[in-house]
Ligand binder design. Structure first.
Ligand code: GDP
Length: 373
């Protein structure tokens, strides 16, 4: 079977969903699909380097207009597709029921949670979900949200966010020492790494308060935060006011990302629910990236985070992620137990290879889309 993927989010545009889709689709047989997506700087060079057909719309955002329906129908005809795959489900996916061909929807998280809980958009989403041939959900959390919105079971395939285990690797002791030197992190420090967009949901204020609580007992403890976002300044002020052991790195270069994780004894991101659950962590690919580098993870229980982190196996999931003492206790429990950290590191890496490697996930996606039929 051949399909047309229609999405707003495809490289060279940068972002989590963009790179996820690319990591999935570039592993499918190139003659079994084509892509319709939005324009962006540098697309000519990117598109020329991909072995499958990519068409770009003239308008900057793909929206569910009647002419979008025509554009999709015409292109699907032209490429000989049997199926259209729409991402995201809202708003673009709302064209689904008007298309000539059957359609699948790709779901990530927030785009189903929010409209699924607001009157008005809920009906449109429910109708679109119920009419879909299949649902590709990037985790059990969006899958459950979609069934909640549709009011019934859906034909869902779960393809979680993944990682490339050949890129995010475990560092040897000497590589780790070099990496720490590169980032200006003392080699004898107890290092908790956090990297993420710095927004309130990611809970770095709690991580700062927790290391602050431990600083007298653990003078070598250091929380190293990478990434940028609208919380950057507030978090720096908080760390300064408390005189907490925190180092801010700003944005980490892409090529540096794996060895940045590799500097850590632990990885942490205490994601939390906001606005009564309307805002939750979609999945938390950062936990899988850390796991692939063999770094145990301490996560907040929000959205898909408890799926990304296997509690007690690859790390700890804190059920009340704003409870500073619970977080400090979790950090101490892991930092005090070298054996536990070692076994979590091994289990993290094994789980990545069997459950979260892109090659494994792309095969599951390809099966769901019938590209091997
Ligand atoms: P989301 O932003 O809410 O989707 O959070 P996720 O945890 O799902 O994804 C964040 C992605 O952005 C991960 O792949 C991170 O590695 C990446 N990321 C966050 N901050 C930085 C940074 O400073 N540099 C780089 N290179 N990647 C980052």
């Amino acid at each position: 079977m051949k399909h047309l993927l229609v999405t707003n989010d495809y490289p060279p545009k940068i972002g989590g969903i963009q790179s996820l889709l690319w990591e999935w689709w570039r592993r499918l047989p190139a003659d079994k699909f084509a892509v319709l997506t939005s324009p962006y700087e540098g697309t000519a060079e990117f598109d020329a380097g991909e072995p499958y057909r990519i068409e770009r719309t003239r308008e900057p955002v793909l929206l569910p207009h009647p002419w979008m329906v025509k554009r999709i129908n015409d292109l699907a005809d032209d490429v000989g597709a049997d199926l259209v795959v729409l991402d995201p489900a809202v708003p673009l996916g709302l064209v689904g029921p008007s298309l000539k061909l059957p359609y699948d929807l790709v779901l990530h998280g927030a785009e189903v949670t929010v409209p699924g809980r607001l009157p008005g958009s809920k009906q449109a989403l429910a109708y679109t979900l119920r009419r879909a041939r299949g649902i590709i959900a990037a985790g059990s959390y969006p899958a459950a949200e979609a069934e909640h919105a549709a009011g019934r079971e859906l034909p869902t395939t779960i393809v979680p966010c993944g990682v490339d285990p050949d890129r995010f690797t475990v560092l040897s002791d000497s590589q780790r020492a070099e990496a720490r030197e590169h980032f200006g992190i003392p080699n004898d420090a107890e290092v908790i790494i956090g990297i993420s967009r710095l927004v309130p949901r990611k809970g770095f204020d709690t991580a700062i308060r927790a290391v602050n609580r431990l600083k007298h007992r653990r003078p070598d403890l250091l929380l190293v935060i990478g990434g940028t976002g609208r919380e950057s300044e507030r978090l720096q002020r908080l760390a300064d006011e408390l005189d907490a052991p925190v180092k801010f790195m700003g944005r980490i270069e892409n090529d540096d990302l794996p060895r940045f994780y590799g500097c850590g004894d632990l990885y942490t991101m205490l994601c939390r629910n906001r606005w009564g659950g309307l805002e939750q962590e979609g999945f938390g690919i950062v936990f899988i990236e850390a796991a692939s580098c063999g770094i145990p993870q301490v996560a907040g229980d929000s959205g898909g985070a408890a799926e990304a982190v296997a509690h007690g196996e690859t790390g700890l999931v804190i059920s009340e992620p704003e409870n500073v003492q619970d977080v400090a206790d979790a950090y101490e429990q892991l930092l005090d137990d070298d054996e536990l950290r070692r076994s979590m590191a091994i289990r993290s890496r094994e789980r990545v290879e069997t459950d979260f490697a892109y090659d494994v996930l792309a095969k599951r996606l390809g099966d769901a889309l019938g590209v091997y039929d």
